[in-house]
Design a protein around this ligand. Structure first.
Ligand SMILES: [Zn+2]
Ligand SMILES: [Zn+2]
Length: 796
């Protein structure tokens, strides 16, 4: 983020002129502060700072940020600005401070001025933030009027994005408009010196929302202490649906094996890990290990994401919480209601999304009764409406930094700054099919929606439509251009093609590459490594192990890729990993593959002659260069995972094995050949052949898994060195879902850096498909801006 200009020396003039402040007794300056400075306690902060410094003037919320006028001694103004720059309110994100001198008016006293009607909207909508320490202190104080009140909040914390229906951000345009403030709350709300000055969700037990417990039929359970009653139910092994900030959670006691098993059965979820909530960092340390300080900081941050942490061997939670996974997804309480719940006698609570398998999370009381009645025994409800459903964000520390697996609550819709201005060329990017997010640009910003999910059912598609509409409404931008993934089967693609706006297809792996380059403010040219499960290729094949030379945000060439192998059964092969194992053995050993696989997977012996015929006759066997499918094949051959019950299960379990042999440095060799069109081909079948040899020699699964990861890292380095020799490029952007793999990513980054490459990784958006909409938006905006012809390999 740009540092604000210092006050010392010339002050920036409004129309490009600069002049130095004179030495007159009283000086008046006009300051505009842009960034996320509304709804974060900025005006009371300015009020306190100005009055302490004895300065006159005013502060005012304006469409583009906050305007301040200060009058008084020059030194005092200097102190004010230094303080504003060095320690703004914790949740404010200052983008720019501009100052200009005006004539002193002889004003006395400092005021917070009422905002006039807005001509144009502020572009930065604040995200939802965890309860602050001041509010927690009040909530624990028996003499406070909000003692144990589950909706306590202030200008530094509480709901934002999830309750905002329209902008500008004030109470009437949030779902808190349902509640009329009592006189005590209003007095705080109107007092500039108060922590709740213009905190829009301000409320108390007298005037605000309330909590109650309901049974499955929707009937309120008469009780004086609904949260205490919910704790009692959870302790007794019940499953409770809990309405939170962005939607419902399904909760149970994470140490209760039967309750966890029951929740899995009811949710139809066999193996995908459940997220858990613990009281505080110390409680997290009783079950997990912090591998670095960054993990602890993330866990305790105001954004409160789910952080993946290594399990301790003696964690004492039910195995069913995260079976076959070496880590727990852990979060701390982020609403007052959570804090009160966590007073219960739990080591941890399972807090998984309130939905059935792949559907969107339930977010209204009616929807919860409708969809969760079979899943939950009890419902802990409240009457503050959630306008936009927002799942918990999921993060992991890789190569020392935060990486998103899912970017949603706490982060959305905070924008990513683009390296160029899109004014006049605003873009709506429709995103891919899996882990969909959408993106709208406005000026120099790209706004990514919350996580919308997999667009594989009608409910998800409806959530997608609502997400598109909401994002455009709060930004008041209705782009004339829509970027989309060229995959013909995606609902997001179908949506884009149905709109009257001009459509710009952006190839999937190019979009991944651009997302990483844009974040790093790197204009290209650069090498990009784009590894994932699947993306529609420019040759109508399934890509996923791609090396690009990105010329600029709109154009790239595919210069290398994994060997192409058949994917017998198409989508079915993305689930049943033995299909890919067979396809690779067939490519490596020819007709012997049938016998080999029958020995390897005797219970599926009948399937392999059939797969061989499918491949020979090219029936339902699209060709793929996917890195994800190569991981699937290796996981199947090692007996680690034969079926992906959730997205990326086999690669995740293969990675978990590799971590058990972290000191292993050997790597399988992969040859390289030139294809007909001049692209380099990585012989992934060499890797599979070497893996098969190791398995036959009874080398352990962890060592094999580590050698496999090392092979991918070394082959990638080798290709990058080839490309550097030809192009002179030494920056490598790494993007795609495979880079959520910590083992591979950290090895590869260190190999690249040792050879003098500059490796760029996503940190502001997910490397996986949740970040694709950013790349789509930037690519389309750039091609519109530069009038790049729409027929290159990237945009066609
Ligand atoms: Zn607070
Ligand atoms: Zn009140």
């Amino acid at each position: 983020m740009a540092r604000p200009p210092p006050f010392i020396g010339p002050i920036r003039g409004g129309k490009g002129k600069s002049r130095t402040i004179g030495l007159s007794m009283s000086t008046r300056i006009h300051i505009t502060v842009s960034g996320a400075v509304q709804g974060v306690g900025f005006r009371p902060f300015v009020y306190g700072l100005a009055t302490r410094a004895g300065l006159a003037g005013f502060v005012l919320n304006e469409p583009r940020g906050v305007t301040i006028e200060l009058e008084g001694p020059r030194e005092a103004i200097g102190v004010f600005l230094a303080e504003l720059e060095s320690s703004p309110p914790p949740l404010a994100r200052i983008e720019r401070i501009e100052t200009r001198e005006t004539a002193p008016l002889g004003e006395s006293g400092f005021r917070i001025r009422e905002s006039a009607a807005y001509g144009e909207r502020s572009v930065l909508v604040p995200p939802d933030l965890a309860t602050c320490s001041d509010c927690l202190r009040e909530m624990a104080d028996p003499s406070d009027r909000r003692y144990r009140y589950p909706f306590i909040n202030c200008t530094n914390c509480g709901p934002r994005y999830t309750i905002i229906q329209d902008l500008p951000y004030d109470r009437a345009k949030t779902t808190m408009a349902d509640f009329v403030m009592c006189s005590a709350c209003r007095a705080e709300y109107e007092d500039p010196a108060n922590r709740r000055f213009h905190a829009e969700p301000t409320c108390c037990p007298v005037c605000g929302p309330r909590v109650w417990l309901a049974d499955r039929a929707g009937g309120e359970v008469p009780c004086g202490a609904p949260i205490g009653e919910a704790i009692r139910c959870l302790s007794a092994g019940a499953i409770v649906a809990i309405k939170g900030l962005g939607g419902f959670h399904l909760a149970c006691d994470a140490a209760n094996t039967e309750a966890v098993a029951l929740l899995r059965a009811r949710k139809h979820r066999d193996l995908k890990p459940f997220a858990i909530m613990v009281r505080d960092a110390a409680a997290a340390e009783a079950i997990c290990r912090f591998a670095c300080d960054a993990e602890r900081r993330l866990l305790e941050s105001a954004e409160r994401p789910i952080v993946l942490l290594d399990k301790l061997p003696a964690h004492a939670l039910a195995e069913g919480v995260a079976p076959r996974s070496p880590s727990f997804g852990v979060m701390l309480p982020y609403t007052p209601l959570h804090h009160l719940l966590m007073e219960g006698p739990f080591r941890a609570l399972v807090m998984t999304s309130g939905n059935l398998s792949d559907e969107p999370i339930a977010h209204t009381n009616e929807d919860a009764f409708h969809r969760l009645a079979e899943l939950a025994d009890w419902f802990l409800l409240h009457n503050r409406r959630i306008h936009i459903r927002t799942d918990d964000s999921v993060v992991r520390v890789i190569a020392g930094q935060l990486r998103f697996l899912r970017r949603s609550r706490g982060y959305a819709p905070f924008p990513v700054k683009l390296p160029f201005d899109t004014t006049g060329n605003e873009i709506l990017a429709a995103g891919p099919e899996l882990n969909n997010t959408v993106c709208v640009t406005r000026g120099e910003y790209a706004f990514l929606s919350h996580h919308i999910g997999d667009l594989t059912n009608l409910a998800a598609y409806e959530a997608f439509l609502q997400g598109v509409e909401h994002l455009q409404n709060v930004l008041e931008v209705y782009p004339a251009t829509i970027a989309f993934d060229p995959h013909p089967g995606y609902l997001s693609t179908k949506y884009a093609r149905e709109q009257t706006a001009k459509g710009v297809p952006v190839q999937h792996h190019h979009a991944h590459a651009v997302s990483a380059l844009v974040e790093a403010n790197h204009p290209g040219p650069a090498i990009a490594v784009s590894f994932d499960g699947l993306g529609w290729g420019a040759d109508d094949l399934l890509w996923g192990g791609e090396f690009l030379v990105v010329h600029d945000y709109a154009r790239s060439d595919r210069v290398a890729h994994l060997e192409s192998v058949p994917q017998p059964g198409g989508d079915a092969a993305a689930k049943e990993t033995t299909r890919m194992a067979f396809a690779y053995l067939h490519a490596a050993f020819g007709a012997d593959a049938v016998r080999l696989c029958q020995e390897w997977f005797p219970d599926q012996a009948d399937r392999f002659p059939l797969l061989a015929r499918m491949i020979a006759r090219r029936v339902n066997c699209p060709h793929t260069t996917s890195m994800g499918r190569l991981f699937d094949a290796a996981a199947a051959l090692l007996g680690i995972c034969r079926y992906n019950t959730f997205h990326s299960q086999a690669p995740m379990e293969l990675e978990a094995q590799a971590h058990l042999a972290a000191s292993e440095q050997q790597a399988y060799d992969a040859g390289m050949v030139s294809s007909g069109d001049g692209a380099l081909v990585v012989k992934s079948t060499d890797v599979i052949r070497a893996l098969v040899n190791d398995i036959r020699r009874n080398v352990s699964a962890p060592v094999c898994a580590a050698r496999f990861h090392n092979a991918v890292a070394h082959a990638t380095l080798c290709v990058c060195e080839h490309i550097r020799k030809r192009s002179g490029l030494s920056t490598v952007a790494l993007s795609g879902g495979v880079f959520a793999n910590k083992f591979l990513t950290e090895r590869l980054v260190s190999l690249l850096e040792n050879k003098g490459f500059n490796a760029l990784l996503n940190a502001a958006v997910p490397p996986g498909d949740g970040g694709v909409s950013l790349g789509q938006a930037a690519a389309a905006a750039w091609s519109c801006k530069k009038h790049v012809p729409g027929d290159s390999s990237a945009n066609y």
